[in-house]
Design a protein around this ligand. Sequence first.
Ligand code: ZN
Length: 611
Amino acid sequence: MPARLIGLLIAFVLMAHGSPAAAQGAADPIRYTLSFPAPHTHYVEVAATVPTGSRPDVELMMAVWTPGSYMVREYARHVEAVTAADPGGRALTVEKTEKNRWTVATGGAASVTVRYRVYAREMTVRTNWVEADFAMLNGAPTFMTLPDGMMRPHEVAIEPAEGWSRSITGLPEMPGGEHRYRAPDFDTLVDSPIVIGNPAVYEFTVDGTRHYLANVGEAGLFDGARAARDLEVLVREHLRFWGSLPYDKYVVLNVLTSVPGQIGGGGLEHKNSTLLMASRWATRTRQSYLAWLELASHEIFHVWNVKRLRPVELGPFNYEDEVFTRSLWMAEGVTDYFAELLVHQAGLSTQGEYLASLSAKIDEVQTTPGRLVQPVDLASFDAWIRYYRPDENSPNVSVSYYSKGAVLGFLLDAEIRLATRDERDLGDVLRAAYEQFSGGRGFTPEEFRAVAEEVAGVDLGSFWASAVEGTAELDYDEALDAFGLRFRPVAAPSSDRPGRAWLGVNTRNDAGRLVIAQVRRETPAIAAGLNVDDEILAIDDFRVRADQLATRLDQYRPGDEVTLLVARRDQLMEIEVTFGAEPPREWSLEVDPEASAAERQRRAEWLQQSS
Ligand SMILES: [Zn+2]
């Protein structure tokens, strides 16, 4: 036997017996098997074979949150029946040591197999769902890992339930048969949701790269072929914007469903896939289809902005603690700005539809009292305790980093075009930042601002101080002028057109009872002392039911004084209210008929369609 071969054999034997070097190395994967013996009971069964590195015990960890969704979710609460065995099948002791950690006594075995069940019945893009027809699994709520071994490969073999033919995910496929995948590390496993069942799969190629749209639950309603065609057009537009596709394949997992009270839709971004949730009726009306395209566009834009060009705090991830960043207005809001702009530039929405989308964002910011309380960078920082945990007072004290961030994208885009005499725009800022920060390390807020200033060639300090770090009212004049736009004029109230009487509450219909759900600042309701959860029984001695408030208010005028009979925790009381005037909808963008030629030209470039 040649000496070289003997040397190799010795190395192999050392590795097999778990030398310290091998324990630290990336060589030994964790191997998971997923099975669904009774999917109608909403369980996935997990068997994880974990190398021990010859340690007397190993500790396993489950993530408490998942990237892209900034809230501690305590995924371990859905884990049950945790057991462990050595390779000979002998039972080992498992002890729970933290809310999301378990310690297994290895008995000296080179590997242990840990088995557990996960209850999977929460229909969101960041949780799990298993039922008779399909499974939708995310990494964070499914897989335990070694807290000190996350860099090693994590392999997944799936045993589909009876009648399920297909599994689809962004994970790299592994040789050795169907339904086998290999993540190079735990981050990739967490970043790759999996759908198993019988989805309708559409395939297309952009720039030589495979793309898949996998629809679960088309039900003869969702037009998958049309969605795939438009998705291809959209991906080409994103490619045109960024210059290249940074993945080998891209998978859109599109779960079409609706569970009353649980979801309205949404998406979660991943490096080479996205999980979307939408109504199966989404392609049936123009409005809902545009919303679906904008959702898909948002998640595709994240392939670059967030998954690669990222705030410095967002990776490598600590899966057991909150990760705070002040940059979500850029990561989410600016993404939203371009998501909708690219749908338009791809030729999938009209100019009027695009301006309506942007107007809706401006309207949301301008009618949220919290815009004057919470700076948008702080809204980002507090996402964990505010955006993801809203209550009835949220609109009064916080602002959405999605909508305000998108509006800031619009304002910055205009500012940069003006400052550079139309040589550069906000897209150039993102591409320059991508060049600089899409490698190992992300950007700090100061670094992103510096890139923006470099592209703009001007100091953006006052914009940042007031719009990003401050709570001043946003100034739209410059951006409107730049693009030859204006807000559609609304008629001021007058004595012959006084407007509608206004109370300023949001209400809910609680089995026919008219109950106050939200009381906003600067409204007649808060001035009068109306409270959330007050039930409005009558206005001036006349009964008003849940579906009658709007028509009853039509009978009054701003300035009228009335007495409301309310029940507060079942106690009747009378409250005097002076109605205000319903605020006009004043944030609707339209083309300014008096725009100059230069402004019209700039608008044409901004909204130019590539086909
Ligand atoms: Zn997003």
